[in-house]
Design a protein around this ligand. Structure first.
Ligand code: ZN
Length: 455
C-alpha cells in the first residue's frame, strides 16, 4: 500500500515524463500477464511482439465480447461467471464482502443493455482508494475537511440504488465492514425510497458527508431550498452521471460551504478522474490509460470531441481491461489547466438524465430520480434495454426491448407492474405507464443513448 502511495505522489512530482515511463512499464507487465493467464487475451494477442509498451498495437475490446467469454477473460481459474452468479451475486447479503476472500465485485446494469460483472483484485482496489483520496485533496487544493469532521463528527450518507452489487453501494458496504465504528458512521440510503422518507431520515441523521448521483444531490438541494430538508454537509462526492450546470447551481445555493468532489469513473475504471476547481476532469493516467478515438478507433487530437474513449486499467490483473471501449465522448484540453495539475484535463460529455415530475392525486409534485427508476426497470427479468420518457404529469412512456428468448409481452407486463408499484409507493398512484410502439433508440442529434428524460 505504501508503494502505491509513493508511486502516486512520484507521478505528480515527476510530471509527464515520469507518468509516460510508469505507463509503459505497467502496460508491458499487464499485457504479459494477460497473455499468460487469460485465454481470451492469449488468443487475441497472437502474433503481437513479445514486449508491448505502446498500446496502439493492441486491438480494442468491447464489453459484449468480454462478457461472452467471461471465464476465459479472467486470469484466476477459481473465477467463473456461473460460480459468481450462484454463490455471490444472487445474494444481496454479500454486497461489499470480498468474493473468495480477495476480490471486490461490481455489477452494472449497463446503459446500453449489456450488464457487466467487474472483478477487482487487491491492487486495483487499493489504487482506487489511494488515488481517489490523494487526487481529490489536490483537486480541491486545500483540505478543510478534517477539522470540520473533528468538530461536527463523521456521519456519511450514501444515496444510491440498492438491490444489486452496484458500485457506490459496494464501496460503502465494504467501508462499513471494516469496523463496527464505521458501520455506525456510514449509512446507505436507497434512492428507490420515496423522497419524503429520505428527507426525514437525513434530518434525523444529520450527515456531514454525502455520496450520491448528481441528480440525487440536486434533488436534496431542492428539498433543502424548499425548507423541508435541513442538513449541513461538509463534503459531497458525486459520480455515476453527468453534473449539469443547473444541478450545480441548485446545490451551491442550498448548501453553503459544501465542497463537491465530482468523479468521472466507471465500474471498469473506478478511480479514473476527478474534477478540479477549474472545472476540468483530470485523468489519473499513471493508473488508467485514456485514449480518445474516432469511430474507427483512430486517435483524435486534443481539442476534438471523440467518438469514444479506450481505457486500460493498469492496476487490475485478475480481469485485464486493455483498450476497452468505454463509450463516452470526451475532449482533451489543448492548454495546461490553470489549476497546475500535471494530469491531462478533459471535458466529458457524460450521460445526463432528467429528474421526472409527476402529480399526486392531491395535486402536489412528486419527484422521481432517473437512476432509481432505471434500476426498477433494469432489475426486471428479461429486460434487455429500455428508455423511459416523462410525457406529462401523469404519464410515463417506456420503450422496451426484451432479451433474446424472452417473451416481450410478458416482460412488458412485469415492467408495467413494477413501475406502477414504484410510482404508487412514491406518491403518484394515478400515473399511467404506457408502452411505446418504437424500440429504444440512440438520440439522432448526439448519437448517445439516453435513458430517462422528460419532454
Ligand atoms: Zn485543473
Amino acid at each position: 500500500m505504501l508503494r502505491t502511495v509513493w508511486d502516486t505522489l512520484r507521478a505528480e512530482h515527476g510530471g509527464a515524463p515520469t507518468i509516460a515511463r510508469m505507463q509503459a512499464e505497467r502496460l508491458n507487465r499487464l499485457v504479459r500477464h494477460a497473455r499468460t493467464a487469460s485465454p481470451y487475451y492469449r488468443s487475441l494477442y497472437q502474433g503481437l511482439p513479445s514486449r508491448v509498451t505502446d498500446p496502439r498495437v493492441l486491438p480494442p475490446v468491447v464489453k459484449r465480447d468480454l462478457m461472452a467469454h467471461f471465464d476465459d477473460w479472467v486470469t484466476d481459474p477459481d473465477l467463473t461467471l456461473a460460480g459468481l452468479n450462484r454463490d455471490f451475486l444472487s445474494d444481496l447479503s454479500m454486497v461489499g464482502r470480498p468474493y473468495l476472500g480477495r476480490y471486490h465485485v461490481f455489477t452494472t446494469s449497463g446503459t446500453t443493455g449489456v450488464p457487466a460483472v467487474l472483478v477487482h483484485d487487491r491492487e486495483s482496489w487499493q489504487v482506487l482508494h489511494i488515488v481517489a483520496r490523494l487526487r481529490a485533496r489536490r483537486a480541491l487544493r486545500t483540505s478543510r475537511l478534517m477539522p470540520g469532521l473533528l468538530r461536527h463528527g463523521l456521519r456519511a450518507a450514501v444515496l444510491f440504488a440498492t438491490g444489486g452489487h452496484f458500485g457506490g453501494v459496494v464501496l460503502a458496504e465494504s467501508v462499513r465492514r471494516r469496523s463496527p465504528l464505521l458501520a455506525q458512521r456510514v449509512r446507505v440510503l436507497s434512492v428507490l425510497r420515496p423522497v419524503e422518507e429520505l428527507v426525514a431520515e437525513l434530518n434525523e441523521y444529520q450527515p456531514t458527508l454525502l455520496s450520491a448521483y448528481p441528480s440525487a444531490l440536486a434533488l436534496l438541494a431542492e428539498e433543502q431550498n424548499a425548507g423541508r430538508l435541513r442538513i449541513s454537509p461538509l463534503q459531497a462526492i458525486t459520480a455515476g452521471e453527468a453534473m449539469t450546470d443547473e444541478y450545480r447551481r441548485e446545490i451551491d445555493t442550498a448548501f453553503e460551504g459544501l465542497r463537491v468532489v465530482q468523479g468521472y469513473a466507471a465500474s471498469e475504471v473506478p478511480g479514473l478522474a476527478i474534477r478540479c476547481d477549474e472545472g476540468s476532469f483530470h485523468v489519473n493516467t499513471d493508473w488508467y490509460l485514456f485514449e480518445p478515438v474516432d469511430e474507427r478507433y483512430q486517435p483524435v487530437p486534443a481539442g476534438t470531441t471523440s467518438h469514444t474513449v479506450l481505457v486500460t486499467n493498469l492496476a487490475n490483473r485478475v480481469q485485464p481491461l486493455i483498450r476497452y471501449d468505454l463509450g463516452d465522448s470526451v475532449e482533451v484540453a489543448t492548454a495546461p489547466c490553470p489549476c497546475g495539475s500535471v494530469l491531462p484535463a478533459v471535458a466529458v460529455e457524460g450521460r445526463t438524465n432528467d429528474v421526472l415530475t409527476f402529480q399526486s392525486p392531491d395535486g402536489h409534485a412528486v419527484r422521481i430520480l432517473p437512476l432509481a427508476l432505471a434500476t426498477v426497470v433494469e432489475e426486471t427479468p428479461g429486460v434487455h434495454r429500455f428508455q423511459a420518457i416523462g410525457v406529462g404529469p401523469r404519464t410515463l412512456t417506456v420503450r422496451l426491448e426484451a432479451q433474446a428468448g424472452a417473451d416481450p409481452d410478458e416482460v412488458w407486463t412485469a415492467v408495467e407492474e413494477r413501475l406502477t408499484d414504484f410510482l404508487t409507493a412514491h406518491g403518484a398512484p394515478g400515473a399511467a405507464v404506457e408502452r411505446a410502439h418504437e424500440p429504444p433508440t440512440v438520440d439522432a442529434r448526439s448519437g448517445k443513448f439516453r435513458q430517462v428524460w422528460s419532454l
